[in-house]
Structure formats: structure tokens, C-alpha cells
Design a protein. Structure first.
Length: 454
């Protein structure tokens, strides 16, 4: 942990026009949560408690999204460049005496470790004025270049548009992530000019100003994928792919079997125990916790669910928010569970909807059973006691209670409570009419033949 307090200024004022969306760029989801939240999580993990997000176009969306997260907002009313954007945090951080980290809301993979390393570099024996995060991408393309010696001391930083051919040949690129002491930052930003090809106030220019003042500026490096920026949906997909690949590798290293890793998709907060087996084409939405020795079969979707040890899910199962599966329970193919608890050993093997219900231990739910939980205005609960048996194609109309050990006969529509150990049989009397079907077919065939002759 750094000796000095650290504040973060997160630049998120850009238009994001390449996303072609009414949603602010940094709110587009990555692994089930806005990309901005990934960065905020890393800042939290690095011990940074002061976080100021600089917003501009549709900034109200960002302000609403971060409400309650202890994040402060500052506005950049005119898009005049990254230095100008960072300067908008001065008033908000007027009482901050320490390090300021300037980063970007569209680089969600920046890690807590890298954040801490960059800030710590300012406290090295050489006491540099500015520390910059650099990277070496496979294709340097239009990134700004960093000219530095082998020790990381920067001689020059230059935007691609303003770089010479020799400078463009350098493969050390500027991520834009910068750490500066607060007592230096605002004064440096005030001196940045816009005499460049774009007519903008560039944040990297503070490096050249610090060097001109006879003070050092240094670069530390990180992997290119950690500072990958997202400006289009294609880039969002590429970062999602990188995030998922890393998470799959971590899951397998932690003792999870993935039959076809590339077909499994995790959320940012998926929690998996050991000896979990996940078959192909499984998707985890946010809020899923899976205990040890669980099997999740192919083509299942889980979100907001808790699965206890030795449970079995799928194939083609859907666990929605509030689904809680007890130890050894079974949710089979084409079963949907929402806001429902299944007790130990309870089974719903196929073609069933369980919503707003509690299902006791060792209950068997037959195929085609549904809990009728919604009347168009309100939701109601169904309670099924331990050891009950619900026959196939039954409709349990909530609110209703099925007692311990009760049996609901197949095809029943249950609208009243069923006592423990009772049989509920709800069927209309059967009426047979001998010969009716044959007479019907003969009559209809004659009508059809007569029409065909016309």
C-alpha cells in the first residue's frame, strides 16, 4: 500500500459515437456489469477511496449508474482533450493531498496490482514527477509513443499524429494512464497548450512540461490486453473474449472441469466450488454461486441462483434470480426455477415451471407441472411440504400449500390447500360415446368429397 493517499480521476466524457448507441459507452456491459464498474472494482481493490468520474455527453446516465457507490462526478462541458478533462476534477479534489491517478472508463481490465505499481513508482528514490503506464501492442497503430531509456526514464512522449517516422517506429506505447502528485498535477495541467494537429489539450504533454522543468518522468509497462480500450462493439466483443478466456483458465486452475471451455460464459461475480463439472454451452448471468461437486449440463442458463453441493442442473435448465437448489437436488431439462427454494434431494426432472415457491426435501415434481404464481397484478407463493409427490401436468394455483407427504394426482388443478398425506384428485368425470368417432369421420369425409366435386 502506498504511503500517500491516492485519488483516481476517471475520464469518461467522450461521445462514444462508434458504439452507435443511446447508452453511454462506459455503461455497456462486460461480463454482466458495466465496463466502468470493472475499473471501479480494481480501484477499490487497490485501496483508492476517492474516485471522480469526468462526464460529458449523456453524463446523466453515468451519474445515475454510480449513485450509491461513493463516486464523485465532475463535468467536462466542452470536449477539448484529455488534459482539459482531467483538469475538471480540480475543484472536487481541492482538499486532496497525495497522488492522483488519471485513467479511463473504457479500459475495464486495468488491474489493482498495476494501479498500485504505477502509484508506487512515484515514491521511488528518484522521486519522478510523473509516472506513465506503457505497453507494447502487437500493432502499435495510432497509439501515442513513449521514447524512454532501458531504465524507464522518459525522454519524450508524442501523439501519433505529431510523431515523426522514426518515432512511429518505436513500439512502446502510451496507455494514457498516469500518476502525478496532486501538488504537481493541477499546475502542470494549467500549462498544457493545444498547439498540435488536433488542436486539443493532451494529458501526455504534462510529461514534457515536467521534463522541461528538470524533473523526471518515468514509464512502467504492463500487458497490452490490460489497457485495451473499448470504442466500438467489435472492441467490446474482443475484450469480452479476453476476459472470458482468463476466467475460464482460472476456473480450471481452481478445480472446475469445463468440457468445452470456449462455450462457457461467466459473469464478473460467478463463484464456483471444486469438482464442479460444466458441460458445453452454459451461460452464467450475475449473482451465481455453485458449491462443490455440482454438475451443470449442456445449454443451461443460470442467473442470481445458489446451487448447493451435489446438485444436478440441466440440460436445458434455466435458473432465474432467487433460485436456491438444496443439496442433492435435481433440476432437469426444460425446467425453469425463479424465486424458489428446492429442499435437499428435491427433483423437478423435466418440463416444469416453479416460480415463487418453496419445495421441501425429497419432493418429486412431475413433468409439465407449473406453479401459477401471477394473476396479472400480484405474485403469490406456493408451499410444497417434505416428501410430497406432484403428478405430471398439474397446475398449483397460488397461494396454495401442499402438506408433507401429500400426493397430487396427475392432471390436477389445485386451488385449495392439501393436507399432509392426503390425495388431491381434481379431474372431470369421463364420458364415453361408443361409435361417435367413426360416425364423425364418415360425416366429415362425405362433406369433403362433395366439396371436391364442385
Amino acid at each position: 500500500m502506498n504511503a500517500q493517499p491516492i485519488a483516481a480521476v476517471i475520464l469518461a466524457a467522450g461521445q462514444g459515437t462508434r458504439m452507435k448507441s443511446s447508452k453511454h459507452k462506459v455503461l455497456h456491459p462486460l461480463a454482466g456489469q458495466p465496463m466502468l464498474f470493472h475499473l471501479l472494482d480494481s480501484l477499490n481493490a487497490a485501496g483508492i477511496s476517492r474516485r471522480v468520474v469526468i462526464v460529458g455527453a449523456v453524463g446523466e446516465q453515468v451519474e445515475a449508474a454510480v449513485a450509491g457507490r461513493g463516486v464523485e462526478i465532475a463535468w467536462q462541458r466542452e470536449q477539448l482533450g484529455t488534459a482539459h478533462a482531467a483538469l475538471q476534477a480540480r475543484e472536487t479534489l481541492a482538499d486532496h493531498d497525495g497522488i492522483v491517478l488519471v485513467c479511463f472508463g473504457d479500459t475495464p481490465l486495468l488491474s489493482a496490482d498495476t494501479i498500485a505499481r504505477l502509484a508506487a513508482r512515484l515514491e521511488g528514490e528518484d522521486q519522478p514527477a510523473v509516472a506513465v503506464l506503457g505497453f507494447r501492442p502487437p500493432q502499435a497503430a495510432a497509439y501515442g509513443r513513449i521514447i524512454a531509456d532501458d531504465a524507464g526514464n522518459i525522454a519524450k512522449m508524442v501523439e501519433y499524429k505529431d510523431a515523426s517516422a522514426e518515432e512511429r517506429a518505436v513500439d512502446l506505447c502510451n496507455s494514457g494512464v498516469t500518476a502525478v502528485r496532486s501538488r504537481d498535477l493541477w499546475a502542470l495541467l494549467d500549462r498544457v497548450g493545444n498547439d498540435n494537429a488536433a488542436g486539443e489539450y493532451y494529458l501526455p504533454d504534462i510529461v514534457m512540461l515536467a521534463i522541461a522543468d528538470g524533473r523526471g518522468a518515468v514509464v512502467i509497462e504492463t500487458a497490452a490486453d490490460e489497457v485495451a480500450g473499448i470504442n466500438s462493439r467489435a472492441e467490446l466483443a474482443a475484450v469480452e473474449d479476453a476476459w472470458q478466456a482468463k476466467r475460464r483458465s482460472q476456473a480450471m486452475a481452481d478445480g472446475v472441469t469445463l468440457i468445452a471451455p470456449d462455450t462457457v460464459f461467466f459473469a464478473h461475480d460467478t463463484k464456483l466450488g471444486r469438482d464442479v463439472t460444466i458441460e458445453p454451452n452454459v451461460v452464467f448471468g450475475p449473482g451465481v454461486t455453485v458449491a462443490d461437486n455440482v454438475t451443470i449440463h449442456a445449454f443451461s442458463h443460470l442467473e442470481g441462483a445458489t446451487v448447493a453441493t451435489k446438485a444436478d442442473v440441466g440440460p436445458y435448465a434455466r435458473l432465474r434470480p432467487g433460485a436456491v437448489l438444496g443439496e442433492g437436488s435435481r433440476v432437469g431439462n426444460f425446467v425453469e426455477v425463479k424465486n424458489t427454494t428446492l429442499g435437499v434431494g428435491a427433483k423437478a426432472n423435466h418440463l416444469t415451471y416453479l416460480g415463487d415457491a418453496s419445495v421441501g426435501a425429497n419432493v418429486n415434481i412431475g413433468a409439465g407441472t407449473i406453479t401459477c404464481n401471477y394473476d396479472g397484478y400480484f405474485k403469490y407463493r406456493t408451499e410444497i411440504g417434505e416428501g410430497a409427490f406432484i403428478g405430471s401436468n398439474s397446475a398449483l394455483v397460488a397461494p396454495v400449500k401442499i402438506g408433507d407427504g401429500a400426493l397430487v394426482a396427475a392432471g390436477s388443478t389445485v386451488t385449495r390447500d392439501v393436507e399432509a398425506d392426503a390425495l388431491a384428485l381434481v379431474r372431470a368425470d369421463r364420458a364415453d360415446h361408443p361409435g361417435w368417432a367413426k360416425r364423425f369421420r364418415t360425416k366429415q369425409a362425405a362433406i369433403k368429397a362433395a366439396k371436391s366435386k364442385k
